[in-house]
Design a protein around this ligand. Structure first.
Ligand SMILES: Nc1ncnc2c1ncn2[C@@H]1O[C@H](COP(=O)(O)OP(=O)(O)OP(=O)(O)O)[C@@H](O)[C@H]1O
Length: 261
């Protein structure tokens, strides 16, 4: 039985009178890549932020890596934040710092690490994210959107997290760049055993890398399962999303990958 690393129960999020989530339950298992999908405004990013501890829920509980985030002490929450990494849509990099310096930011919080080791670890994360060595010395404004995303991923990986949260990692990338990014995510999860919580609209990503999918609708997680299982779900949004022409194309791409050379 897989270990549950995130357990959400009875979650409510609201902004004023606008209830985004009500009675939402979700389990995430160690080592899996979970794709979170749902219509625009269903609260995928709010859910990510709540679980990652960046936003407090109005009600309900989030247990991450065995710690109840509501009752945890400051020190426990700090410890927990070192075991997760978050990558935002635009990479959320500091524009005045080079890529290397950006990735070094979380590492500098480790006492006694030293300048050389900090730089070596940051450079390792930069290359794990699929960026060339030289990219470390560039500033965010000098990079393409895809490279900035990889730099954001490198920073999310800085502290060897057990769980990585990715908010629309392939949004705005061309199809080749998006497929390459999918591959990086899959390789990282498989080789380092990282659990990935991935918010996406990208059907290709769902079919290519996700072990399971969680569909947000009606203010809660309506259903979870494999992408294949989604085709059997009798709900109008799920049917339209997973049985529409784009889903057919994404499924077809997996069934018949392009032949080489
Ligand atoms: N800080 C905030 N203050 C007020 N309302 C907010 C805030 N953050 C999110 N919301 C609202 O919560 C709802 C869910 O937002 P969220 O960004 O999580 O949706 P989403 O499913 O990620 O959407 P999309 O797919 O378009 O990115 C939206 O109606 C949004 O306007």
């Amino acid at each position: 039985m897989a270990e549950t690393v995130i357990e959400v129960r009875g979650l409510r999020n609201q902004f004023g009178s606008h209830v985004v989530h009500e009675n939402l339950d979700l389990d995430v298992y160690r080592g899996e890549i979970l794709g979170v999908v749902g219509g625009s405004g269903t609260g995928k990013s709010v859910l990510l932020r709540t679980i990652a501890g960046l936003q407090r829920p109005a009600a309900g509980s989030v247990r991450m890596l065995g710690t109840d985030m509501e009752t945890a002490s400051e020190a426990e929450l700090r410890g927990l934040s070192e075991r997760i990494g978050v990558m935002f849509q635009d990479g959320a990099l500091f524009s005045s710092l080079s890529v290397l310096e950006n990735v070094e930011v979380p590492l500098k919080a480790i006492p006694g690490l030293g300048t050389e080791l900090t730089e070596a670890l940051a450079r390792l994360k930069i290359s794990l994210s699929g960026l060339p060595w030289i990219a470390g010395d560039k500033y965010p404004a000098e990079l393409s959107g895809g490279m900035r995303k990889r730099a954001g991923l490198a920073r999310a990986l800085a502290l060897d997290p057990e769980i990585v949260f990715l908010d629309e990692p392939t949004a705005g990338l061309d199809p080749i760049g998006a497929a390459a990014f999918d591959e990086v995510i899959r390789d990282l999860s498989r080789s380092l055993g990282i659990t990935v919580f991935l918010v996406t609209h990208d059907l290709d990503t769902l079919y290519a890398v996700c072990d399971r999918v969680a569909v947000l609708a009606e203010k809660r997680v309506l259903v979870t399962g494999t992408v294949e299982e989604m085709a059997e779900v009798d709900h109008p949004w799920v049917k339209e999303y997973f049985l529409g022409p784009r889903a057919r194309a994404a499924r077809g791409a997996i069934a018949a990958p392009p032949t080489k050379g």
